[in-house]
Design a protein around this ligand. Structure first.
Ligand code: TYD
Length: 405
């Protein structure tokens, strides 16, 4: 048994998604021989309930200098981050000359709103290619991993922070206790730590197991966040559901006793307890639901292939890596995946080696079916793809169930 990364208690394993590659490592066609794989198993901590990967590749393998994820690729996410920045500014930055720190600031999609408002800011972003993009836009950014040493260095050079925030980042950092210590070191006495990540409650409700991949070492709940940060003097003071990534939660923490605690916290924790988010049986049922989803998707794709239909994938998301490798779906069932990110195009999908092609190919090619891998951007995509649907193109969905529409 492995020890919980937050509290050291043994983690109970309940499921394996088999051999998985690095979800965001799209390969050059000649590079498939040396590909790295790991056994992707998940479990929960019996004490603090934190849902986590059992084994995770070295972070250097995942967040390298050709890291393929640029936040600004989706319009919906740009609007969301503007809203997140406004929430932090309007709710928490009431004092003079505030200072904010973003952990995992990517290409500066959120910090640019603080830059525009003349607010002192610092981005901490280990992937140097995305950090460079942020710096070019004038956003103050350092390329290091966040932990207690980084926090101490920032505090000494620039002072304590009014707000520390992160979006889709904290669930990536295995040393969660190190993050908590870093936040506790860097935060002003009245400061807040605000972060959001895909929500375990949504993953269980929708069987959206594709949220589980190498980078997502944790899937948080209000219960597990409260338990993981409390030993570091940080109290969960609010939790606000978000529509992003197919269902996320924004957690707000402050130093113990410094802020009123929203009723949303006790309501959410009560819901999670009733839903069984800390119980082994809940996860055993989730494992069975994943197997049913896998079997249904594979049968559907095989049927379509047998009837001679042309099936492609829509968006080479990180999430799709879990689905394709867990289900064993390769180029025989999905001929290519269309994606708008230039550095993914011309490459092969991790593990199953499905070619990734430019979006223009999807438009020109008129496939019969497209598997909607970016289901979390559904509204944006449906609005954009009216032409595809009008000429008879169909979608294959696998969340919350497998079907054609
Ligand atoms: P996202 O859901 O952010 O993926 P991840 O699972 O990696 O977090 O989707 C980003 C990817 O989807 C990116 O490679 C671009 C691609 N994409 C398209 O190709 N077309 C689209 O219309 C959208 C919204 C995304």
């Amino acid at each position: 048994m492995v020890a919980c990364r937050a509290c050291g208690t043994p983690v109970e394993k309940f499921m394996s998604f088999g051999r998985q590659p690095i979800a965001n490592r799209f390969l050059e066609p000649g590079d498939t021989q040396s590909e790295y794989f790991f056994e992707m198993e998940v479990g929960t901590c019996a004490k603090c309930t934190l849902f986590q990967l059992i084994e995770q590749p070295d972070p250097e393998m995942m967040f390298h200098d050709t890291y393929a994820f640029f936040s600004q690729t989706s319009k919906g996410m740009q609007a969301h981050f503007e809203g997140f920045a406004t929430y932090v500014k309007d709710t928490f930055l009431k004092g003079d000359d505030p200072f904010v720190v973003e952990i995992g600031s990517n290409d500066g999609i959120m910090l640019r709103h603080f830059l525009a408002a003349g607010i002192r800011h610092l981005g901490v972003e280990p992937s140097s290619n995305v950090a460079d993009a942020a710096r070019q836009a004038g956003i103050d950014t350092i390329s290091v991993f966040f932990g207690v040493d980084t926090a101490a260095a920032i505090a000494e050079e620039r002072g304590l922070a009014d707000a520390i925030f992160a979006a889709n980042v904290i669930c990536h950092i295995p040393d969660i206790a190190g993050v908590a210590r870093g936040v506790a070191r860097l935060l002003k006495p009245t400061g807040v730590f605000v972060f959001e990540d895909p929500y375990l409650g949504d993953v269980l409700e929708k069987t959206s197991y594709d949220q589980i991949y190498d980078e997502h070492v944790f899937l948080f709940s209000a219960l597990s966040v409260r338990n993981a940060f409390a030993p570091h003097g940080l109290e969960l003071i609010d939790c606000i559901p978000q529509p992003t990534h197919g269902g996320s939660m924004r957690y707000v923490l402050g130093r113990q006793g410094q802020h009123p605690v929203s009723e949303r916290v006790s309501e959410r924790v009560a819901w999670e307890e009733a839903r069984g988010l800390g119980r082994a049986e809940t996860f055993q049922e989730f494992a069975r639901a994943c197997e049913r989803s896998r079997d249904a998707l594979v049968s559907l794709l095989k049927e379509l292939k047998e009837s001679g239909k042309k099936v492609v994938g829509y968006a080479a998301t990180s999430k799709s890596t879990t689905v394709l490798n867990y289900c064993g779906i390769g180029p025989d069932l999905i001929s290519y995946i269309s994606d708008t990110t230039p550095i993914k195009q011309g490459r092969l999908s991790p593990g199953m080696h499905i070619p990734v092609r430019p979006y223009a190919d999807f438009l020109a090619d008129k496939p019969d079916y497209a598997v909607l891998f970016a289901w979390n951007h559904r509204n944006e995509i449906m609005a954009k793809e009216e032409g595809y649907m009008q000429r008879g193109g169909k979608w294959i969905r696998f969340v919350p169930d497998v079907g054609i529409e």
